[in-house]
Design a protein around this ligand. Structure first.
Ligand SMILES: C[S@@+](CC[C@H](N)C(=O)[O-])C[C@H]1O[C@@H](n2cnc3c(N)ncnc32)[C@H](O)[C@@H]1O
Length: 372
């Protein structure tokens, strides 16, 4: 039997070491990135060099004091400042790596891997690649035995992504193929029709690629798209329905709120990332199969015809009855106040409160006195 102490880091008897795993354990080595946390919680990322030194206005230390030491070591500078040294986790690497395009944040990458069911051995296509942040999570999920084809239309972004991915895994990843070009041009020639398990799109106009994606996916395959705005979300969902080869799409967003932990002062952090993007998934149906009719009828006004103007109901406002308007006007003329009407803010919204025909202030649905 093999003594665990004889094994190199991350080695499992009888199995090859997964790409990048050996770099995640053991003492600090020359050439690797180390994250230093100062007493105020600020992070500094350094690359260890034999002759290197870390300098701040509050003292310095030589990199050699860390080389060969275990993770979690604390270095003391002559000025008495302590720095905790740890390897960056994938999420730390993503947030500190050089960026060309905006990255998918770790909270969304986690959602994508889980909700799109990216599994070891899966054949996955990703576009665009941008800075390669999501690529690393996808490669980890498919593992050395999977396939990830990443397509990026900008050569300069593809080069940045390649640098970031290789620096994280310590070299090329055997499951990764990076192609420069437009998804719609590259994908049909790069994969067999009906052979891709999962497609992940993070780009401005994913709806332009629904046709090639539907051709590439296996029956039951998952398309997941990350979009930043509600207008993209709506266009994508409607175009997926119109295509007819996908089951009903579903959409969501995730919000993560950090917590302050100090003695009895345990509460949410005051600041959070309020918005990153929306995720939309849809499953590819079997060939020649029509999506089942939706049982639920769309909400009234959800699909206005081109000639129709948008109504308040289209935007989710509750209609205000004429009876309620009459009552509010009557109360106003008598000087009665039935509830606190919040002062309208300045600017567009204040100006949008309509005036009635006789010039008196109009009634804004939901902001007038509560119904009794
Ligand atoms: C927001 S970035 C992607 C960021 C990336 N997911 C990450 O986590 O680092 C969007 C990228 O999509 C690329 N792109 C847009 N449309 C594309 C298309 N049709 N084919 C290939 N790449 C495309 C853009 O050049 C850009 O680099």
């Amino acid at each position: 039997m093999t003594n665990p102490e004889d094994l190199s880091p991350a080695e499992t008897p009888g199995l090859p070491t997964p790409t990048g795993a050996a770099l995640r354990r053991g003492p600090f080595r020359e050439g690797e990135r180390v994250q230093l946390t100062d007493p105020k919680g600020r992070l500094h990322t350094i690359t260890l060099r034999e002759a290197g030194a870390f300098h701040t206005h509050r003292g310095s230390f030589k990199h050699e004091v860390l080389i060969g030491r275990p993770e979690g070591t604390v270095v003391h500078t002559p000025a008495g400042i302590d720095y905790l040294a740890l390897r960056p986790l994938l999420a730390d690497h993503v947030m500190s790596m050089p960026r060309g395009a905006a990255v998918v944040y770790p909270k969304d990458a986690g959602q994508i891997v889980t909700m799109a069911d990216i599994y070891p051995g899966a054949r996955v296509v990703e576009a665009g690649v941008g800075s390669g942040a999501l690529t690393m999570s996808l490669l980890r999920a498919v593992g050395d035995g999977g396939h990830l084809l990443s397509i990026e239309r900008r050569e300069d972004f593809a080069a940045i992504a390649e640098g970031n991915v290789e620096s994280f895994f310590g070299g090329p990843h055997p499951a990764w193929r990076l192609e420069v070009g437009d998804l719609a041009d590259v994908l049909p020639g790069a994969v067999e029709p009906g052979s891709v398990d999962r497609v992940v799109l993070d780009m401005l106009a994913p709806w332009e690629n629904i046709d090639v994606v539907a051709d590439a996916l296996v029956p039951g395959g998952v398309l997941i798209c990350y979009v930043a705005t509600t207008t993209q979300l709506s266009r994508l969902a409607e175009d997926l329905r119109d295509d007819g080869r996908f089951a009903e799409p579903s959409a969501w967003e995730s919000m993560v709120r950090g917590w302050h932990l100090e003695g009895l002062a345990v509460r949410p952090e005051h600041r959070m990332i309020g918005h990153t993007g929306f995720l939309v998934t849809a499953r590819r149906m079997a060939p020649e199969t029509e999506a089942p009719e939706r049982r639920r009828r769309p909400a009234k006004g959800a699909y206005p015809t081109a000639e129709e103007e948008w109504s308040p109901e289209d935007l989710g406002e509750r209609p205000v009855s004429s009876k309620k308007v009459r009552r509010v006007r009557r109360d106003l003329s008598r000087g009665e106040v039935r509830g606190q009407v919040p002062a309208p803010p300045t600017g567009a919204r204040a100006a949008s409160v309509p005036e009635s025909a006789d010039g008196s202030p109009g009634v804004e649905p939901d902001s007038a006195a509560p119904t009794t």
